[in-house]
Design a protein around this ligand. Sequence first.
Ligand code: ATP
Length: 416
Amino acid sequence: MQKDLTSLLRDPNLIPSEKQNLLSEITAQTETLGMPCYVVGGFVRDLLLGQPINDLDIVVEGDAIALGKSLVEKYGGNLTPHYKFHTAIWDLPSSFNLYPSSLDLITARSETYSQPGALPTIKPSTIEDDLRRRDFTINAMAIRLDGSHFGELLDPLNGQADLEEKAIRVLHPRSFIDDPTRIFRAVRYEQRYSFILHSSSFTLISPESLAVIQTLSGERIRHELDLIFEEDNSHQMIVRLGELDVFKWIHPELRAFNGEYSDFLEMDTSLDVPASRTTMGYMLWLMDLSEAAILSIARRLNFSSDLTHSVWGASQLKKSLPFLVNSKPSVWAFALEKLPLLSIYAVYLVSGEKALLDYLSFWRHVKSHTTGDDLKARGLEPGPRYGEILTKLRAAWLDGEVNSEKEEKELLNRLL
Ligand code: ATP
């Protein structure tokens, strides 16, 4: 089916008018510089699917860094050039008022892989070569924007036909061996759009390509998993990765995601807990593993110390629940206060333990009226007694043993 790309490119429901204006300004500049200019990848895919565009993926045949410099000269903002990759990031002037507030400018290039799983070697080239370096046919289309070429579709690998067939198809048989992060990407697109990995590509997910996952850096694998947890269908994506036997190549102790936890991936907390879909995803996935397995997987995937702490904290809390059940509120509060709030929330979701919800909603906010300054004013020598007394006062509030400022004062008098 031939689509009228010119009208899709001008549809404000698909591309907000501010972004259309930005594209026109960039295109005008590439015309001055004599560089053919294209939108590529996800932009074209989503436009043809009639879905709103997120990122402007812009490629020029020529020199993206020179383009960036001339844009900064004309419109302002800042440029960060990456000479090795022939790319530049343009931090847009604030007057553009656009989100995201920066834009990647890419030089059309060819790529070669020196060894499986390594990052590719890059050379400036034509748009056709640039499309041939990509992951899937549906991501390997371009629309030209400059001059009389506005709206021309370049589709040398038949991406449009695969979009219509709802097929994810790699561009050549070595694709997953060159870069097995594409296995994760295939699963993400498959589940996001309800497409199917084409049988000819499916058979390429073989022990040979899967084994290359072992050579990928933790950073690169985690980046793909992060992208998955940010998606609406992340549970189906993780299940599909499990079906494809991916986990054991990441880490021998990585298990399937517990299906009973899948609903909790949808973060909808009204509890004033800092939300993060990715952190929630890793916590739910890993919390039932042993401490040693969690720490080893965290090292393999190069988790930040915060993420490791959250997952470890959720796991420790879940394991200690049987010892805390039926404790007084103060016992809960003192046990929980060193743990990340999101870890507590995750364990609440999977266990339904009401004390955890009470802690998140009320108990964590309970404090005594008396402060350290008050104790000083009462003549107490500075030392560990301060902490002890304030803790006792707080515990008394939490456990309902004091219920007013007056009762707190009376307790304080007894303690001093
Ligand atoms: P989305 O952000 O919606 O997942 P996108 O297509 O914008 O989709 P990006 O990750 O921003 O995805 O990548 C931009 C383009 O770069 C892709 O459309 C694809 O053509 C290409 N690309 C990204 N990762 C790879 C890869 N591992 N191998 C080959 N090409 C890739």
